[in-house]
Design a protein around this ligand. Sequence first.
Ligand SMILES: Nc1ncnc2c1ncn2[C@@H]1O[C@H](COP(=O)(O)OP(=O)(O)OP(=O)(O)O)[C@@H](O)[C@H]1O
Ligand SMILES: [Mg+2]
Length: 546
Amino acid sequence: MNKSKLSLISDLLKIVKPLFPIMIITIVMGVIGFICSIGIPVLGGIALLIYMGELTKITYNHIFYAVIILAVLRGVLRYAEQYSGHYIAFRVLAIIRDKIYTVLRRLSPAKLEGRDKGDLIALITTDIELLEVFFAHTIAPVCIAFFMGLIILFIMYQYSVVAMFILLVAYLTTSIFIPRLITRLGEENGKKFRSDFAVLSSYVLESLKGLRESMQYGNTKERMDTMQVMTEKLEDTNRELKEYEELTKALSDLTVIVTGITIFLYTMFVREVTNAPFEMVVIPTVLSLSSFGPFIALSNLSNNLLQTLSSGRRVLGLLEEQPQVEENISENIAKYEDINIDDVDFAYDSKQIFKNANMNFEKNKIIGILGKSGSGKSTMLKLIMRFWDVNRGKINIGNEDIKELNTKSLRNIQSYVTQETILFQGTIAENIRIARENASMEEIIEASKKASIHEFIDKLPDKYDTPIGEAINQLSAGEKQRISMARAFLHDAPVLLLDEPTSNLDSLNEAVILKTIKQESLNKTVILVSHRKSTLAIAEKVYKVE
Ligand SMILES: Nc1ncnc2c1ncn2[C@@H]1O[C@H](COP(=O)(O)OP(=O)(O)OP(=O)(O)O)[C@@H](O)[C@H]1O
Ligand SMILES: [Mg+2]
């Protein structure tokens, strides 16, 4: 294991520091439990010695009661160990998920715009679950094996130094050498499995989202075939990984048997020479044969461990990712004032969008932004929301740079109607209510009237209680857009950022919405983006972006 892997593990351990006490309890119970289970065959060995007349102080009765006590103890301890192990598992899942969601919230939306969604889903599901396995079912077994090994080797040392060394080498072989060998053989497959899996989930997700497009252009069969091929490839890789697991098991079993026979032959030889009692043969042989459990458990982890470590690397990578915009959490609350774009430069990486841009959005006015597709209209709204930070120049509200203002309060005074409406599972009322959680039904209806969607909703069988989940594909683009406008009117923030709010509407509905916007602008700043001059007729001033 190289240094980067060790530091990765230590970084991972830092995440679950609060669970250390429970981990220690798990380990202690595990060690005692294993000692109980090794004790049972050892007692069998002792019984054999009684039979051979080598032990006279102990009777079969003693052995019988001892076996029962050990067996019960073993059961209880095993239960307790599993119980605390699973407790750790659930806590770990909660801790890591909480961290991931906090980071995602911090990174969104700018850092998530360009991210592969399938990869993110794999991270939130598979990666985190593998980490759970690591914390709950890897660390404790490793520690248990370590302490168990020390105890058994110490006992073995009392019988024979040579046998102790043979056993030490065998422990290392099953827990380290064999897994390392197999790991090296299977490493490429492990990586391939994980990346193929991510590609497949992206592909499935994309196919589902684009089902309509695929059907229209008649390439659903190609998509299905590609999916089939990808799945088969994944299965092949998985089968190979499983074969390595089988090989590990076979090699470990072989080691156990060879070790047992070697120690038996060696101690027999010593007994011949020194005329020692049979105990010197029976106990070491039984001990060696019965004590491999925790080490074999380790070798089975090795295949997973590789995947776990790369999962860990991805999760930590996300946790350490810096947001595009450092959130301002100061007490400096944003107030409703004029917005000024002051000599702003902005580029997405190397793609320059604005150079020396100057705009002025006065309070209580409608101001338009006009420009052809791809010219940077939506980008300007995102800059005003501070989803991205400008490279040069300033965006001011009143006299204050928006970077100096509490980010949450900044977004609180703004309503942003995006070009693409996202609807959630739930009823229409619930979907509108996301703009203001405590809104009453009357307020929702009023907002819907302003957005010219009330009549449509009123004609639905369940009206505002119609579930959108089922109807989502039955809503027209214009209906979705009007629901999105209803949200903005309900949110009732003093700054309205409208990105092509009427692009999908007929002129009648557009006229209703534009009329509402005009009324709203009595006490609101409205920044209206459109590529239609007719829409922008209601604006008092129009900026053109090139
Ligand atoms: N996150 C991003 N990373 C890199 N480039 C981006 C990103 N978002 C947008 N762009 C690019 O920046 C340019 C401006 O995009 P923007 O969405 O602001 O255009 P727009 O004027 O709103 O166009 P439309 O009228 O089609 O909505 C486009 O060329 C787009 O490809
Ligand atoms: Mg746009």
